[in-house]
Each structure stands twice: as structure tokens, then as C-alpha cells.
Design a protein around this ligand. Structure first.
Ligand code: C2O
Ligand code: CU
Ligand code: CU
Length: 483
């Protein structure tokens, strides 16, 4: 596929390749070519026209994750084009500055296409952000974190056998910006790191290796009101986090790494499928955590989600300009109020469940253009939406689900945890970021998360789905009809 972006008189053509011919090796380190699609940077208020020319031997469509665009520009799978065809997008950037992204959204093959390289960053700038004088240029660094597996011929390996789809594909190695064993050379000064979890299903519990606090300045929908310190931050597939990373106090030659710490990915004694075995949830386990006894038809990755491992290293290679100071106040975020919601007495509940080898939303699986009464939302209304992942009843196999809503960004207003899941939940709770605009929210087993979301400006179909891409492809996706 090829994406060309027209902004004003200037035309830039970026090629987006969806097939990796050569896998990464250590020699690729300084090579600009990776399987990852290029970063598109635009300003709020700009109008863009994007041509998706599909040269893949398959149908495909691109979605602009986190952007508020009209329904026919949103990459609904119904707009997929086949080989040799094009789809022309035209929209205005209405979003505030932030780290958004784009990726394939093709019916039942989204996971495979994203994994193969059809995903890249879409960074938006605006005047409010510019006035803050945050680190720019080479000090404003996107870091796309993904896991991949390669075979001995250095070719991408993807498998979506049933059991793999149930938990989501997990690769054996961590890639940053499309490269393995990533070492980031930095100067001893402040940086803005924009982290995207572009993995199909892997959830990260991010922390600095030396235990120093992480300073979070932004989330899915741009900057927070104020920087906030965390010992660790959870980052589920589809989510972004922006960090202020100041290396000015570190000596030249020193190294620090970003790690993923261990956590409980599933709850205990809460399963309904009788394949949990005892003890830890099926996804917990050590290396090659098995999917429960007797189901030896597959093993999961060498790098189970929920185990501890390193993501990338940062190496201070030279002194930098010292003491750039982090603004105390970054932005003003209007606080949405439940009382203003059109359905404030009757929240829309979306029950998440996995059973009988299917992943469902309110017991339904994805069908194109199949909107039910409870999926119709009046345009220009604010809505209370609850994601219930086995909080108020059995949900089958306990799994975390990063839930994503297309269209405008939302705010998280409440998290409730079933008593049975509290112990597991404690291993992640300190890393859940509140307070900013979000488009994807991690809903752990036994949890119910309530969000407030505006549905302004555009009518039509807007998707809601799990951003574990294997779950999405299994049908854990539906449309809202805004009218
Ligand atoms: Cu990032 Cu509908 O997806
Ligand atoms: Cu999206
Ligand atoms: Cu899911």
C-alpha cells in the first residue's frame, strides 16, 4: 500500500509497505527502512487528502486511530479496497496536539496486516503545545513498541491458530521503531518520549530499570493538565503515553533501560471454561506458559505477557543543554460531567466475554452493517459507557481487553473491581493513568470501567472494539450508529 499526503501546495509521498521481505537483523540498526510505516506529522486545522493505493494482493483499508473524522473517512472495514484500487481520504485535523496513529482495519485480517507493517504514527501539533516549548526535533522522540517473531530465514512469523487468537498473538522479541535490541543514544538533557504500544496483544508495565519515577505528560489524546509521576505505567495495545525523560543528571556513558515488569494478567478462580488449571491464570505462567493442561496444541511466546523483560536501552553519549524545565501546567482539560450525559440514568453497558472460542460484546460478534437498537446514539450527545469485563457476572475466560472507541476522545470516570480480582488488580493499579483524553482503555478481568464520551459533529457508523487485534478479528467489535 502507498499513502500520499497532500498538505497545501506541498506533496509528500510516503510508502507504506505491508509485507516484510527482509526481516530485521542487527545490521538494520542504522538503516532507516523497517517494516514500520512512516510517521505522518500535521498541524491542527490542516486539511489533508490521503491516497491509499492498494498494491497488496489483498483488500485493505486504513483507520486514523484517535482522530475525529467523518464516518466515511474513519476506515470502517466496509470501505476496504481490493488490489489495484484506491481509497481517497479527505479531512480536517480537528484533534488537539497529540500522538495518534494509523493502521489497517480490514475485516478479519486487521491483526495480520498490522503485524506485517501496516501501522504508523500520526502526530498532530498545535499552537497551545508550541507555546510550552517542550523538547523538539531530535529531542521529541516517537517510540513504537511491538513484539514480533522471525523464523531462521529472518521472515516474519505470524500464526493465528484458535488458541493463539484467544490470548492474542505474542512475539518472541521486542521491537522499537521496527528494530530489535534497540539502543537509543541520547544527550544529557530533557526529551519528550512518545510511546505507542503498537503490539497486537501484548500489554506492557513500563518502568525505568533504576527505579526512578516516570514523568507522564500526555496520554492518547494529548497532554495532561499537569505532569504526573508514576513508579510504573500500564500500556495496552493501542494506547499511547508521553513521557518527560530528563537525562541531564546522568553522566556520559551511563545507561538506563526501559523494562516491562511482571504483573497478573488474569484473575484467580474466576474462570468459566474449566481450562484454567490451578494456580495462576492460564496466561501467567513462566516461559512457554501453556494454555492450560491438556491443550498442548500450541505454546505461547518465549516472552509471556506479564513476565519481566527489557524493552530498550537508553545510552547517554554526550552532554546536552542542561536544565530545560518542565512546565508545571501543560494544558487545561475541560472536565466532562456525568450529569450532562444524555443517558446519565441509564449507562450503556458493554459486557465483554470470551467463551466457546469466541470473543463477544454484549453476546454479539462483529457483522458488517448490523446495528441493533442499543447501538444507536444521537449525534451531538454525551454518553456514559461502561465496559464490564466479568465485574458483575461470569465472562468466560478471564482476559484483559483494551477497549477502543472510534471518533472523539473520552474521559475515564470510574473503575470498579470485583473482590475476587482485587489481588491481581493490585499488580497493575498503580500504573493506570487518569485525567487526560483517552481513546483506548485497559479493562482487566473482573473490572468495570466507566467512561464519558462525546459523539459530536459526525453521523454514521463508528466502531467500538477490543484492541487486542486477534480478539478484534475474532469478532470482538461492533458499530455504533450515530444519527
Ligand atoms: Cu486502532 Cu478501530 O482501531
Ligand atoms: Cu481507532
Ligand atoms: Cu480483547
Amino acid at each position: 500500500a502507498q499513502v500520499s499526503v497532500f498538505e497545501g501546495p506541498e506533496t509528500r509521498v510516503w510508502k507504506v509497505r505491508a509485507k516484510v521481505l527482509k526481516g530485521p537483523s542487527t545490521s538494520i540498526k542504522n538503516h532507516p527502512d523497517t517494516y514500520l510505516a512512516p510517521t505522518i506529522r500535521l498541524k491542527k486545522g490542516q486539511k489533508v487528502r490521503i491516497h491509499l493505493n492498494n498494491n497488496l494482493p489483498a483488500h485493505s483499508i486504513l483507520h486514523w486511530h484517535g482522530l475525529h473524522v467523518p464516518a466515511n473517512m474513519d476506515g470502517n472495514p466496509m470501505y476496504a479496497v481490493s488490489h489495484g484500487e484506491s481509497y481517497i481520504y479527505e479531512f480536517e485535523i480537528l484533534n488537539r496536539a497529540g500522538t495518534y496513529w494509523y493502521h489497517a482495519h480490514t475485516h478479519s485480517v486487521t491483526a495480520r496486516q498490522v503485524y506485517s507493517g501496516l501501522a504508523g504514527l500520526f502526530i498532530v501539533h498545535d499552537d497551545e503545545e508550541r507555546a510550552l516549548n517542550l523538547p523538539k526535533g531530535e529531542f521529541d522522540l516517537p517510540l513504537v513498541i511491538q513484539d514480533r517473531s522471525f523464523d531462521k530465514n529472518n521472515q516474519l512469523v505470524y500464526s493465528d491458530h484458535m488458541m493463539q487468537r484467544m490470548q492474542g498473538f505474542l512475539g518472541d522479541r521486542i521491537f522499537v521503531n521496527g528494530r530489535p535490541d534497540y539502543v537509543l543514544p541520547v544527550a544529557g538533557q530533557a526529551y519528550r518520549f512518545r510511546l505507542l504500544n503498537g503490539s497486537n496483544s501484548r500489554i506492557y508495565k513500563l518502568a525505568w530499570s533504576d527505579g526512578s519515577k516516570m514523568t507522564v505528560i500526555g496520554t492518547d489524546g494529548g497532554l495532561l493538565e499537569r505532569p504526573k509521576q508514576y513508579s510504573y505505567v500500564m500500556l495496552a495495545p493501542g494506547e499511547r503515553i508521553e513521557l518527560w525523560a530528563d537525562f541531564s543528571g546522568r553522566s556520559v556513558g551511563s545507561e538506563i533501560s526501559m523494562r516491562s515488569l511482571s504483573f497478573d494478567i488474569a484473575t484467580h478462580g474466576h474462570g468459566g471454561m474449566g481450562m484454567m488449571g490451578g494456580g495462576r491464570g492460564m496466561m501467567g505462567g513462566g516461559r512457554r506458559g501453556m494454555m492450560g493442561g491438556g491443550m498442548g496444541m500450541m505454546h505461547s511466546s518465549d516472552l509471556p505477557s506479564g513476565s519481566e523483560y527489557s524493552l530498550f536501552n537508553v545510552k547517554v553519549i554526550k552532554a546536552g543543554k542542561s536544565s530545560q524545565s518542565l512546565p508545571e501546567r501543560l494544558s487545561t482539560i475541560p472536565k466532562l460531567n456525568v450529569r450532562d450525559a444524555a443517558n446519565n440514568k441509564d449507562p450503556r453497558t458493554i459486557r465483554l466475554s470470551m467463551r466457546h472460542m469466541s470473543a463477544l460484546l454484549n453476546g454479539r460478534s462483529y457483522k458488517m452493517d448490523d446495528v441493533r437498537d442499543d447501538e444507536i446514539i444521537p449525534v451531538n450527545s454525551l454518553q456514559v459507557i461502561e465496559f464490564d469485563n466479568g465485574y458483575s457476572g461470569m465472562s468466560g475466560m478471564p482476559m484483559p481487553h483494551p477497549m477502543h472507541l472510534h471518533g472523539e476522545q473520552f474521559q475515564i470516570i470510574k473503575r470498579q473491581v470485583n473482590p475476587k480480582s482485587r489481588e491481581a488488580h493490585r499488580t497493575i493499579a498503580g500504573g493506570l493513568v487518569w485525567g487526560g483524553w483517552k481513546d483506548t482503555v485497559l479493562v482487566m478481568p473482573g473490572e468495570k470501567v466507566t467512561v464519558l464520551k462525546p459523539f459530536n459533529d459526525f453521523k454514521g457508523l463508528f466502531m467500538y472494539h477490543c484492541h487486542n487485534l486477534e480478539h478484534e478479528d475474532m469478532g470482538m467489535m461492533r458499530d455504533f450508529l450515530i444519527k
